[in-house]
Write a protein that binds this ligand. Structure first.
Ligand code: FAD
Length: 430
């Protein structure tokens, strides 16, 4: 059975090879070409898709844990949720986590994911001490900032194109509660949204939901959520509140009217104030609904996520939000985040500035809009996030990532380009 990504687009047939051990993997690599590792398929686009997929999810053991330093060694198919289930009751949490806990350690490193605390803690690679990776000739090498440093910096954010990550040493952080004290701030326009981010910059976690169909004086209005872990000693497991979307919605059910009505209601319901919520409610609200990607119907959807440098963020975002509101192609999910400094990894997405992520159902005219948005992103010195992308052209991609030639050279010299590729890597020529 073929595997798809979270966006359910494109739906191509592929051959799936499941991980059965290091020797089996080395044989697979020597006998095949043009494979791509696959973790838990939570990337939105085509970065984990290709004709032959190496499915790593069942490679999921914990190996060791040091409760003095918080250093965990585990296999690359372990999910973040599995780490939380075991370690939150012992008073440990992930240093960096994206908006879903249903991703593997391999996927977290390969996309160098980030969370609501990028402005304070940076990307996932900040908690990675080292990892072991199988290269194009079947050898296994250890990579860290000191050992095989080029491979370390190319692999963190390298979208599975530098080999198969087998296991990693990652640091967890100490917590004294599973709860977050969350402050909600409701803003009336983009200026107030930026002011709110500045005011809550000292908080380790912040994120804003933007009403992307609001126009005129309401353009850029948001609900900003900022928070930090409580100190109440509560480390009990969270209640299981999972709900299901049992089938694909018909694609006509999501249209401009329904998105606009949802956005207006959601904004109206939001209230200023402080509340204590558990970590699932704060970090992973979407994980509470199994298969929520089905609301976009059989044609699937994509997420457009870009980042703009700090000094250009306000002007660029204003232009982009206007274009989206005028196009009438709305998005329920429009998430704005503040980012800290870029790291040394060659293809990591973040830079100091603001990033907006928007979900759009795949429909006629969508890509034309996104190509126009790309233009604005590049004009303001920004870039597009590969792990969400499904259509960015080579030239647009290249302009956003100045280290790309170094990455291409490493792939060429190590033979990775002959063994590992995805639909995305072929499109953007890496
Ligand atoms: C609801 C939701 C919220 C999200 N929020 C965020 C967010 O806040 N921040 C953020 O940064 N991302 C976010 N993401 C994206 C997600 O974190 C990344 O796409 C992540 O890489 C997915 O991991 P995965 O294990 O599912 O990997 P996959 O989607 O299967 O693969 C992703 C990439 O990792 C590579 N890969 C996977 N395993 C390995 C391995 N063992 N060795 C080498 N390469 C490997 C693949 O080749 C591919 O390039 C979100 C996704 C969803 C669905």
């Amino acid at each position: 059975m073929s595997l798809y990504s979270w966006g359910n687009y494109p739906r191509i047939e592929n051959r799936v090879i499941r991980y059965t051990g290091e020797r089996g993997l080395a044989e697979t690599i020597s006998k095949n070409s043009q494979m791509i590792p696959y973790g838990n398929g939570r990337s939105y686009g085509d970065s984990a898709l290709g004709d032959t997929i190496l499915h790593m999810r069942n490679h999921d053991l914990f190996i060791s844990f040091d409760d003095q330093t918080g250093l965990l060694r585990c296999k690359s198919g372990v999910l973040l949720s599995e780490i939380l289930d075991v370690f939150v009751p012992r008073g440990w949490f992930l240093k960096i986590t994206p908006g879903t806990k249903l991703i593997t350690i391999g996927g977290a490193i390969a996309s160098d994911v980030h969370g609501k605390n990028h402005h304070v803690e940076g990307c996932f690679s900040e908690c990675v001490l080292s990892f072991r990776i199988m290269t194009a000739d079947g050898d296994i090498i250890n990579c860290s900032r000191e050992e095989n440093a080029d491979m370390f910096h190319a692999t963190c954010g390298g979208m599975g194109l530098t080999g198969v990550i087998l296991e990693a040493d990652i640091y967890l952080k100490k917590i004294n509660s599973k709860n977050i004290v969350q402050t909600t701030v409701k803003t009336s326009d983009l200026k107030a949204t930026f002011d709110a981010f500045s005011e809550y910059k000292h908080m380790p976690y912040s994120v804003a939901w933007i009403d992307c169909l609001a126009k005129g004086s309401k353009l850029g209005r948001c609900l900003l959520m900022a928070g930090d872990f409580a100190d109440d000693g509560d480390l009990t497991p969270n209640a299981d509140r999972k709900k299901d979307i049992p089938f694909n919605f018909p694609s006509f059910s999501l249209n401009n009217l329904s998105v606009s009505a949802f956005n207006t209601l959601y904004y109206a319901k939001g209230k200023n104030g402080v509340a204590k919520v558990d970590y699932d409610q704060f970090f992973y609200p979407l994980d509470a609904i199994n298969n929520w990607n089905r609301i976009y119907g059989r044609n699937g959807f994509t997420q457009y996520q870009f980042i703009l440098p700090l000094d250009a963020s306000y002007e660029g975002l204003e232009k982009i939000l206007k274009k989206i509101a005028d196009s009438g192609k709305g998005s329920f999910l429009a998430v704005l985040k503040l980012y800290g400094k870029a790291n040394e990894n060659w293809l990591s997405f973040p830079m100091e500035g603001y990033s907006l992520a928007l979900d759009f159902k795949i429909e006629h005219g969508l890509f034309d809009l996104l190509y126009k948005l790309d233009r604005i992103v590049l004009d303001y010195g920004g870039r597009i996030y590969l792990t969400k992308d499904v259509r960015v052209p080579e030239k647009t991609f290249e302009q956003g990532y100045p280290m790309i030639d170094k990455f291409r050279e490493l792939r060429e010299q190590t033979g990775m380009n002959r063994k590992f590729s995805s639909l995305q890597s072929r499109r953007v020529n890496i």
